[in-house]
Design a protein around this ligand. Structure first.
Ligand SMILES: Nc1ncnc2c1ncn2[C@@H]1O[C@H](COP(=O)(O)OP(=O)(O)OP(=O)(O)O)[C@@H](O)[C@H]1O
Ligand SMILES: [Mg+2]
Length: 244
């Protein structure tokens, strides 16, 4: 089966810094795939390259039959058109609009949806997934806890009914129980809505437990990959990421 997302031999530089070096990986439709790695490994850069925020100096990224990015910028898809293809990114640090209410944030996530009845239905669906957001729907987002803001950011990304959800460290700065709760929700959404998930995390244990396959990135390169179960048990992952 052809992967939904295929990244082939891509490289990204920031001036003299080689942030991604010949990275290849793929995400199959319907799967939850994780990418783990320490601070500065290049994880966010990879997500930015997928959504067209960082140009490639080599390689290609395809989404189904569509080429999202190549080293030829004119043949790459512009960031503002990525969402129309069904790709939704929850960026690192959430970037929710803290001056707006929960409801208004969700409306922002539906900016491409023209059907008001559908927007209303999607919001109710989000309040079912995340009841706390329903309770707080008229509250300013800044008054929410970190975990609630993360749920808000995920719900906002789901408002456009994406086929591929990209998550940049959803567990960052949150207590383990909250992370677990959020990852369970992600697994539920993956299963019930058939949304493919690419999960980037520093929290290797949580991410590998939540995913079927994983990749490990170090200094801009993929150094290990395989089934999450296998990675969880591997000596390299245990020593470097699980504190074993
Ligand atoms: N805009 C930028 N300009 C210059 N260097 C950058 C820029 N963004 C990232 N880098 C560098 O590129 C490398 C990869 O950064 P990236 O943010 O992709 O890492 P990361 O794996 O997401 O790390 P973290 O877990 O801390 O979020 C790092 O060395 C970083 O300092
Ligand atoms: Mg990052």
């Amino acid at each position: 089966m052809k992967p939904l997302l295929n990244i082939e031999d891509i490289s990204v530089n920031y001036g003299a810094i080689k942030a991604l070096k010949n990275v290849s990986m793929s995400v199959n439709k319907g799967h939850i795939v994780s990418l783990i790695g320490a601070n500065g490994a290049g994880k966010s850069t990879l997500l930015k390259a997928i959504v067209g925020l960082e140009p490639l100096i080599g390689g290609s990224i395809t989404y189904g039959d569509i080429t999202l990015a190549t080293d030829n910028i004119r043949k790459s898809i512009r960031t503002e058109n990525i969402a129309k293809l069904g790709i939704s990114l929850v960026p690192e640090g959430r970037h929710v609009f803290t001056d707006m209410s929960v409801e208004e944030n969700l409306d922002m996530g539906a900016f491409l949806v023209r059907d008001d009845a559908l927007i209303k239905r999607k919001k109710e669906e989000m309040y079912d997934f995340f009841p706390i957001l329903g309770e707080r729907r008229r509250q300013k987002t800044r008054s929410l806890s970190g975990g609630e803001q993360q749920m808000m950011a995920i719900a906002r990304a789901l408002m456009s009914s994406p086929k591929l959800l990209l998550l940049d460290e959803p567990g960052l700065g949150l207590a383990p129980l909250i992370v677990q709760d959020i990852f369970e929700k992600i697994a539920y959404i993956n299963k019930t809505e058939n949304i493919t998930v690419f999960l980037v995390e520093q929290n290797a244990k949580m991410a590998l437990k939540a995913s079927t396959e994983g990749y490990v990135m170090e200094n801009g390169r993929i150094v290990l990959s395989g089934s999450s179960e296998k990675l969880l048990k591997s000596k390299e992952v245990q020593e470097a990421y699980l504190g074993a």
